[in-house]
Design a protein around this ligand. Structure first.
Ligand SMILES: [Zn+2]
Length: 421
């Protein structure tokens, strides 16, 4: 518990590196021990993000997202807790400094909430959420939502999307081994590098034991280069669980292909609660062409691995798929490359077409193949320039919010469980 008798000056922190650390919001002029209903905000935990809180009046608070490390223009991911609430206290929270005005809050997305005795994330009802240009906030887009605290002794947590931390990945990977034992698959976990802040860069290899000595066809999966795109991790976890399972399709896949999966390309950024940046402030999906051991050690390690596999006579690299979460579109879809060589281009469009036929939430109209220059440092764009021409490099996008079924207008939110098979 916090010492409610102490003041904190953390609320001056917008633009600083720090998250709020159990800051208690007292009405002006109040001194002495904090009372119930003087809300206590905290984001000083793994994946937490809240930089500053301003008390407008006893019912209303302006909340400031902490900008990405060394990238003040990037502000979208938020994840914080509130406690010391009063029974039936009703509040308005205004998130006032979102940097990306066109996003899924325009498409009826709402923040999610959970509390101590209700640990499953729930969406705040749309009728309580407003996303609009606010004249009292320099005409910036503001996300306002009302909330009623119904239980006094609970800690309430609010977030953009279900968080998926570095620690959660580490404990999942520990459990993967026992899952793989049932299917008798080949399963290997290696640490192929470390981040600037010394976190592990994991590589998981999955295949069939009998294929390991022959020339292997390889598919490389990358995930979570962008920390605020937590659905990327849920999709990756679901994929890993499926690939090691006893399911007959996964068994057939393992007989045919060896999968090499990097489940978290940016562990420092994820840990810090950034939206797009690494711990040094780089958008790692814009610097593949200049990846250095000093500034982007996880990219360098993965790039060296991919190049070695592509060059080796023991492997045939077919696909590299980089999993992201999209902040303004619904469903899942592929971004690919366009090529002047029509045969290469035709080959490249086959995988998205297959995906469209087997996946109910796939959106063909969001799928794009392009060659625009501003993405030249992204994985799919850079890798296709340096790898053999038979390798197809894709970005796989899944919505931060949800999907529409059968072309309908109702959006069904993705949940933690629905990504995990
Ligand atoms: Zn992304």
């Amino acid at each position: 518990m916090a010492d409610f008798g102490e003041d904190s000056d953390e609320s001056d922190g917008e633009g600083s590196l720090g998250n709020v650390n159990r800051i208690i919001m007292r009405p002006p002029g109040h001194s002495g021990k904090a009372k119930r209903g003087h809300l206590c905000f905290d984001a000083s935990f793994e994946t937490g993000n809240l930089g500053r809180v301003d008390l407008i009046n006893e019912h209303e608070y302006d909340l400031f997202i902490r900008p990405d490390t060394c990238s003040p223009k990037l502000r979208f991911w938020f994840n914080f807790t509130v406690d010391n609430v009063r029974q039936d206290q009703r509040v308005i929270f205004n998130i006032v400094n979102i940097s990306k005005s066109r996003n899924l809050f325009n498409t009826n997305m709402t923040p999610i909430v959970k509390s101590t005795t209700r640990p499953k994330w729930q969406r705040i009802p749309k009728r309580n959420v407003f996303y609009y240009r606010s004249p009292v906030h320099q005409n910036n887009y503001v996300l306002s939502f009302t909330f009623g605290f119904d239980r006094e002794d609970e800690i309430f947590q609010f977030a953009l999307a279900p968080p998926y931390s570095y620690s959660r990945l580490q404990s999942f990977l520990l459990s993967l081994d026992s899952k793989g034992r049932h299917s008798k698959c080949f399963l290997k976990r290696e640490i192929i590098g470390s981040t600037v802040q010394k976190r592990k860069l994991d590589l998981i290899t999955i295949g069939a034991p009998e294929n390991m000595n022959e020339k292997q066809r390889v598919i490389i999966i990358l995930a979570r280069v962008h920390p605020g795109e937590s659905p990327s991790s849920f999709v990756c976890q679901g994929l890993l669980e499926f690939l090691v399972s006893v399911n007959s399709i996964s068994s057939l896949l393992r007989q045919t292909v060896t999968f090499k999966v990097i489940p978290m390309l940016n562990p420092d950024g994820v840990f810090l609660g950034n939206y797009r940046s690494s711990g040094m402030g780089f958008d790692l999906n814009r610097v593949w062409h200049i990846a250095s051991q000093w500034a982007h050690p996880t990219l360098r390690a993965v790039l060296d691995m991919i190049i070695a596999i592509d060059k080796s006579k023991d492997f045939q690299l077919d696909y590299v798929v980089d999993i992201h979460a999209h902040s303004s579109l619904t469903g899942c879809f592929i971004y690919g490359n366009s090529y002047e060589d029509v045969y290469r281009y035709e080959r490249h469009t086959v995988f998205p077409k297959i995906l469209a036929t087997v996946s109910d939430d796939y959106v063909a109209t969001n799928t794009m193949f392009n060659a625009d220059g501003n993405k030249s440092g992204s994985a799919r764009r850079y890798l296709c320039t340096i790898l053999s021409s038979q390798v197809n490099c894709y970005t796989f996008e899944v919505s931060l919010f949800g999907y529409k079924l059968n072309g309908g207008e109702v959006i069904i939110p993705y949940t933690e469980d629905s990504c995990i098979l």
